[in-house]
Design a protein around this ligand. Structure first.
Ligand SMILES: C[S@@+](CC[C@H](N)C(=O)[O-])C[C@H]1O[C@@H](n2cnc3c(N)ncnc32)[C@H](O)[C@@H]1O
Length: 188
């Protein structure tokens, strides 16, 4: 959240979409800075937890949705396009990153922002379950190339966090998390 606040010019009239919101660790603080937030997660359990937070904190501008980003409907005639799409630690769970970038580009308003935080390329031992189908982080230069191929501009990376943990092979290791911010071109 601190990295996003430093890097994004949040505006009170923004509509945003979050991919893989989980229990809403980012959704809640982001929602207090904008008009509305659609928070997607494939897991009903995660959305249940987010709904509990929304009720207990009396948050009225988050719309939680149980949905995969790939099946989330894009209905242009409803003019539900976004000033900001963001995601934390979800992209490494998405097999078809190019497919999702294509969709996110189409969901953004011209000039809109994409903010993705995820693991830098890691040793493959970050996740405790070795059978989980995940990307072992991302190499920033390759991620940048993918963003450029989809038409994103103004692409910049920073290091948002460093997580030190005992990994799956019992070694204490520090894993860094990048935040990349990119924009959809203003001319469409
Ligand atoms: C590691 S958790 C991160 C949760 C939250 N962003 C956070 O930082 O606390 C990844 C989340 O992404 C969700 N997820 C994975 N693939 C998804 C997809 N294709 N569409 C929407 N959500 C997805 C998972 O259900 C999970 O809740």
């Amino acid at each position: 959240m601190q990295s996003m606040e430093k890097r994004l010019p949040f505006q009170a009239d923004w509509n945003a979409l979050e991919i893989g919101c989980g229990t809403g660790l980012l959704s809640c603080p982001v929602s207090s800075m904008i008009t509305s937030l659609t928070a997607l997660d494939t897991s009903e359990g995660m959305i249940d937890e987010l709904n509990k937070k929304i009720r207990s904190r009396r948050i009225s501008n988050i719309q939680p949705v149980v949905s995969d980003i790939f099946t989330f409907p894009h209905v242009p005639e409803q003019k539900k396009e976004y000033h900001l799409i963001f995601s934390n630690m979800t992209f490494h769970h998405i097999a078809n990153v190019n497919g999702v970038l294509y969709k996110l580009y189409s969901l953004l308003l011209p000039g809109g922002y994409l903010a993705v935080a995820d693991l830098d390329e890691e040793d493959g031992y970050f996740h405790n379950d070795g059978n989980e189908k995940v990307h072992h982080g991302f190499r920033r230069s390759l991620f940048k190339t993918q963003l450029l191929q989809h038409g994103f501009t103004d692409i910049s990376f920073s290091t948002a966090a460093a997580l030190t943990k005992i990994n799956r092979v019992n070694i204490e290791k520090t894993y860094t998390v990048f935040l990349v911010v990119a924009r959809k071109s203003k001319e469409q």
